[in-house]
Design a protein around this ligand. Structure first.
Ligand code: ATP
Ligand code: MG
Length: 510
């Protein structure tokens, strides 16, 4: 099989002085030469100091830092498996993940020194002075172990939106094909200056587009944690020169709500990608009114991640679509029996291709259940139109049935977001004696606005069929979101679903 090729070493050889990575939190800027040297010394240190060898896992628990990328590429050079961890999880959840992947070394931000004591990792390495010493003075590893594209590069845990996070196995080959997709779909090249809005423990932060940009010798900028105002300032700054950004809808929504939005010059952006969760039309329109066409993309951790992207020239005509499949991707909309359904019919999206996981770490049953003949069942309800454009409708698990009709909460949420007084909205199905299930809207108002339940329902009635209308509306201060910024429906159901009581649906002021 095809050897894994370390692109950082390649670009350090070809264009040593070009800028590889910028850590906005610390102001550190690494040229490819410096980046390569640090990675080589870390690889040597991991091996000699910590005894790490091929197949061992190295986990990282840290807010975004370029150090994380260095660990990622150092792992590649010694054949170790890189495991970025979601630091927003509770310790009990992290413990379960560590028990699952059993890392030989846990690299962590000093901020988490106390937490890591509890996690029971075999060896620890704090970022900061100790890590810098390894990266600057450690023994260089100049002969990386021979790995192939079939070898595992990463265990990447899913976001845990529908259940416990699952460790998706990511090979070097999957990363390679994702790079090919990203080049063709988002025009990634060596002059790309990519600014990532998402955490690096998520596929959207790691693989869209950090990894591909390193592969082609471009520049990656990251901030420690997403901050809407800071992000806008950076995007608008001509001396930073950002060409590509990618984020989830929440990132774009929080930027659009920021006072700096109107005065930020966004004209240098070549590609502004949005995905990871259903995209309300209102966000697309707000950004379009400010001259930026947000291009929707669809993907998942298991597909590392790009599956669909909407081209810019289609973005207005096909607003709401997640676009068409990427290079080498096979896609189909499967009905109940797995057979393909005709255009216009909602079914489950199945995908197949070289960028797709072979399965979940330590979970043969979950893996077996997720595939049919090499097709991954995405768990997402989707539809394709006559021209081959895909529309992600919602997650199957979030759909509810009211009076025998399927209702996809995302469609109702989309309408709620169109109301000028509504800042955030989510819909869940709750049990109902007459209809089986009915919708309940959970709404966060914009500051200074007020609405009643009847106002919200009337707004929906103007654009939705009767059976889709929420039967009740709950007003709250903020929606529960996971670390990636996705609304966490299980928590929402706990707070506002059948079992919850005591909320107030009388008219509210935001
Ligand atoms: P878990 O698998 O642990 O429940 P998760 O599915 O949220 O969590 P990710 O792999 O981060 O974990 O997210 C992939 C999912 O995100 C997709 O299956 C889909 O539901 C959603 N998604 C991604 N892109 C889009 C999009 N453009 N529109 C709607 N939903 C999207
Ligand atoms: Mg998932």
């Amino acid at each position: 099989s095809i050897p894994y090729y370390d692109a950082i070493a390649h670009h350090a050889m070809r264009r040593p002085q070009s800028l590889a990575a910028v850590d906005l939190a610390t102001g550190r800027r690494h040229t490819y030469k410096a980046f390569d040297d640090r990675i080589a010394r870390l690889a040597g240190s991991f091996r000699s100091r910590f005894g790490i060898g091929p197949g061992d896992r190295i986990a990282v628990l840290a807010p975004n830092t370029t150090d994380t990328f260095e660990v990622q590429f150092a792992c590649g050079r010694i054949g170790a498996i890189f495991v970025p961890l979601n630091w927003r999880l509770a310790n009990a959840e992290l413990k379960a993940i560590l028990a699952d992947c059993d890392p030989a070394l846990l690299v962590h931000d000093p901020e988490f020194a106390e937490r890591t004591q509890e996690l029971g990792a075999r060896q620890l390495c704090p970022l900061g002075a100790a890590f810098e010493q390894l990266a600057l003075d450690g023994p260089r590893l100049d002969k990386p172990v021979a790995a192939t594209l079939d070898d595992i590069s990463t265990i990447l845990y899913t976001s845990g939106t529908t259940g416990r996070p699952k460790g998706a196995i990511i090979t070097h080959g999957m990363n390679f094909w994702n790079t090919v997709h990203s080049m063709s779909m988002a025009g990634i090249g060596r002059s790309t200056v990519f600014f990532g809005l998402l955490p690096l423990f998520h596929t959207g932060g790691l693989n869209v587009f950090s990894y591909p940009v390193f592969q082609v010798g471009g520049t990656v900028l990251i901030m420690r944690n997403f901050d809407a105002g800071e992000a806008l300032q950076l995007i608008g700054d001509p001396s930073v020169g950002i060409t590509h950004v990618f984020g989830v809808p929440a990132n774009y929504q929080f930027m659009a709500q920021h006072r700096r939005f109107g005065e930020t010059d966004l004209s240098r952006l070549v590609f502004a990608g949005i995905g990871g969760a259903p995209t309300p039309d209102a966000i697309l329109r707000t950004w379009a009114a400010h001259g930026v066409i947000l291009q929707q993309g669809y993907g998942m951790t298991e597909t590392s991640p790009l599956v669909l992207v909407l081209d810019k020239e289609d973005a207005v005509r096909k607003a709401g679509s997640a676009g068409k499949p990427g290079l080498h991707m096979e896609t189909r909309i499967a009905g109940e029996d797995g057979a393909e359904v005709p255009p216009g019919t909602v079914g489950e999206l199945w995908v197949r291709g070289p960028n797709i996981t072979r399965g979940y770490w330590n979970q043969p049953e979950t893996t077996a259940a997720a595939f049919t003949d090499g097709w991954l069942h995405t768990g997402d309800a989707a539809m394709v139109d006559d021209e081959g454009y895909y529309f992600i409708v919602d997650r199957w698990k979030d759909m509810y049935i009211s009076g025998g009709e399927n209702v996809y909460p995302a469609e109702v949420e989309n309408v709620l977001y169109q109301h000028a007084a509504i800042a955030e909205a989510a819909v869940i199905g709750i049990a109902d004696g007459r209809w089986g299930e009915v919708g309940r809207a959970v709404v966060v108002l914009r500051p200074g606005q007020s609405l009643s339940e009847a106002d919200v329902v009337a707004h929906c009635a103007a654009s939705l069929a009767r059976y889709k209308l929420p039967h009740s509306v709950v007003f709250t201060d903020a929606l529960p979101r996971n670390a990636t910024g996705k609304v966490h429906k299980p928590t929402l159901r706990l707070q506002f679903g059948d079992a919850a009581a005591g909320y107030d649906s009388r008219p509210q002021a935001g």
